[in-house]
Design a protein around this ligand. Structure first.
Ligand code: HEC
Length: 292
């Protein structure tokens, strides 16, 4: 595999320097229970970030890195005044309200006609035995209405997600792990394991950057906390020049550490989203959003 060695080494040096500063915090981090219940995980997760960012309230994490990077926040606020994701909401609304060939609508597939419900996803699908993200629920709906699936990374899917997120804005994430189905807890545990597992040529886990080094600079970028990582999607990224999904961002972070990216809506990514969303319960939906 070809990669830029100089860049690779610089990245390692940057991270090592950051790590030195966080030795005290790592002590705390080790206190994170590994074999704990989801509620214990959530409490430990929040306690850790409270310690690192004592001024932030839970809802502040909705703004990702802009909750902690005051300088970047200014230019971000200016972009949000004329948001580049607006056409996606409009297009999504149109698609959402267009009847299927059988005359039915997306609204027929969801509670409350599909409005104000995005904060309840991902859900545990008992009959399917897997985690159902909102994107997957949209395709499951289409299948029930005899419509072909939408490609997860393409604009129709992203635009519908943008509209449904918009219709749920301000609602706190409210993801549940049903106790009457052990498979739900197993999926959560798999998502959690993925999050803590070291991967790629750099041998980093998600926690290396977003827990141990949250708030620290990695080259020109300050690293966000994982708390609230699932509430702002889909997101228009200036770097992408378009609006894209949470799983696309997961894949990009894996690529950054020279690990193999997984496809959108793979079981691993859905389980990861389940875990992260549970950690972020209570953070309000802000999607669609913009990020650098
Ligand atoms: C080498 C450091 C690094 C690692 C490891 C890493 N990321 Fe990131 N991640 C970044 C940077 C840099 C950004 C952009 C700035 C920010 O929001 O933190 C980012 C952004 C994100 C965002 C977008 C946040 C938002 O508000 O839009 C998500 C979600 C995310 N990462 C998830 C993950 C997950 C899940 C993993 C583990 C599979 C991971 N990251 C591993 C560096 C990393």
């Amino acid at each position: 595999m070809i990669f830029n060695l100089k860049e690779h080494i610089q990245l390692l040096i940057d991270i090592k320097q950051s790590l030195k500063l966080s030795i005290i915090i790592i002590g705390l981090l080790n206190a994170l229970p590994l074999a704990a219940s989801p509620d214990q995980d959530q409490a430990a997760f929040r306690k850790y970030y409270q310690h690192v960012f004592p001024k932030l309230k839970l809802a502040d994490y909705a703004n990702g890195v802009y909750a902690i990077d005051k300088i970047a926040r200014q230019s971000w606020s200016a972009i949000e005044e004329f948001p580049p994701y607006e056409p996606a909401i409009e297009q999504g609304k149109k698609l959402f309200n267009t009847p299927f060939a059988n005359g039915r609508h997306y609204a027929d597939c969801f509670a409350n006609k599909g409005l104000g419900i995005a904060n309840g996803y991902p859900k545990w699908g008992k009959s399917q035995g897997e985690v159902i993200t909102l994107a997957k629920a949209i395709n499951d709906c289409r299948a029930r209405q005899q419509e072909p699936a939408l490609a997860y990374e393409k604009s129709d899917m992203i635009n519908i997600l943008a509209y449904m997120a918009y219709a749920s804005r301000g609602k706190p994430i409210n993801v549940t792990i049903p106790k009457d189905d052990q498979r739900a807890l197993a999926a959560y545990e798999q998502g959690k394991a993925f999050y803590y597992q070291r991967k790629g040529q750099l041998n980093f886990s998600c926690t290396t950057c977003h827990v141990q080094n949250a708030g620290k600079k990695l080259r020109s970028e300050i690293l966000s906390a994982s708390l609230g990582h699932t509430n702002n999607w889909p997101t228009y990224r200036l770097k992408w020049g378009e609006i894209g999904s949470l799983h696309r961002r997961f894949a990009e972070c894996l690529t950054q550490i020279k690990a193999k990216p997984l496809p959108e809506q793979s079981v691993e990514f859905r389980n990861l989203e389940y875990f992260l969303s549970y950690m972020g319960n209570g953070v309000p939906v802000t999607g669609p959003s913009t990020r650098k």
